[in-house]
Each structure stands twice: as structure tokens, then as C-alpha cells.
Design a protein around this ligand. Sequence first.
Ligand code: HEC
Length: 196
Amino acid sequence: MGTGPAGTSTRSYSVTQKYDLDARAGCFNVVPGWLHKNNGDSRMNTRVILLGLAAMLTAGTAAVLPAVARADSPADIILIRQAGQDLLAGTFGGLKIALDAKVDVKTLAVRADAMTKWMKVFPLQFPAGSDTGAPNKAAPTIWSDRAGFDKSAASFTEATVKLTELAKAGDTDGFAAQFKATADACGACHKDYRLK
Ligand code: HEC
């Protein structure tokens, strides 16, 4: 027991109560020390718990936020998307080498599918403000015509989904023709959304 500001009585939680609150806070462990105090009034107890819940919700929101607001610097994001494109180009080029070497196209399905996966998240590597921060060739049209850019990426994944299906079916001729259609989808996006 002690005397708080303006003569109000303050009391520290017992160890058990304190751990109870800590347990409610779960893994966030962010309930500040002052939440561990109250004046013994049950309404005050409720208020403290509600404040605790609010703190937990805030912590929860903070834990979820990186999914929408990335902390990466524009330079990091530019590096991620360029590295992704270089790997995409390597994978795509590898398909041509494999085709020319007449490998069983069924073994290429996993590569074609990897291209689909990457292109699904590629447009997310262009948040507002990532046009500068490191040398890059992203055209301003990416931001002025976002819907068109997203559509261009979707056309590409449509092509690679087909490519994957043809690979799985072991259709070598179909795969070779679809490889060309996929190359066209690379070129179409570069024409409109990549600087020369
Ligand atoms: C939806 C649009 C889009 C598609 C589809 C696309 N690209 Fe790109 N690509 C871009 C943009 C935009 C850049 C510039 C990124 C930057 O500099 O930040 C780029 C950059 C590149 C780069 C250079 C990366 C670097 O290190 O600077 C290569 C290589 C590349 N793309 C290859 C390909 C290949 C190969 C395909 C098809 C298999 C393809 N791209 C499909 C939009 C696309």
C-alpha cells in the first residue's frame, strides 16, 4: 500500500496477479509497469484489464503491420525486385537450354511454377516511393497506370500457369510453343513498364 498522486491509495499487484496480467499479455510482454498497479477498486481493475487489452491489440496490430507497410528501405526493395528478375531470367533461360537438350519436360514443371509464384508477388515490390533510392529502370507508368501493370503481370502468370500444365502433361511441343508465348509476355511488360 502507498499513497499516490492527489492522495489516492495505490497498491501493487501481488506476484500472482502480476503474472496473471503477464499471462494475458501473452508473448507480447509489453504491459508496462504502471498497468500492474491499481487502487483495489474492482471498476479500476476492469479499467486496467481493458487498458491491458488495448495494449495487446496495439502490439498485435504492430505485429501484423509489416505485411502491409514494409520497413525495407526503397534501396532494399529495388534490390529484391531486380534480384528476382535476374533469377527469373536465369530460370527462364534454363528452360530453353533444357528444351534444346531434349530433357523430359515433366521435370521442368517445378521451374515454370516458380516463375508463377514470383510474378504473383513481383508487383508488390513497387510500393509508392520506390522509384528512387537506387539505380533502377522502373518506368513511371507503373505508378500512373497501376492497373495496367498488374494486368501485365497477370498475363504473364497466365502464360506460366499454362506452361506448368503442359510440362506436367509431358507435352514437349506444346511446352516449346508456350515458352515463346511466355517470352512475349516478358517483352510486353518491358515495353510499357521498364525504361530502356
Ligand atoms: C509485369 C511486368 C514484367 C514482366 C512480366 C517481366 N518483367 Fe522483367 N522487369 C520489369 C521491370 C519493371 C523491371 C525493372 C525493375 C527495376 O529496375 O527496378 C524489370 C527488370 C528485368 C531485368 C533486369 C533486372 C536488374 O538486375 O536490373 C531482367 C533481367 C528482366 N526484367 C527479365 C525478365 C524476363 C526474362 C521476363 C520474363 C520471363 C520478365 N523480365 C518479365 C517488369 C517485368
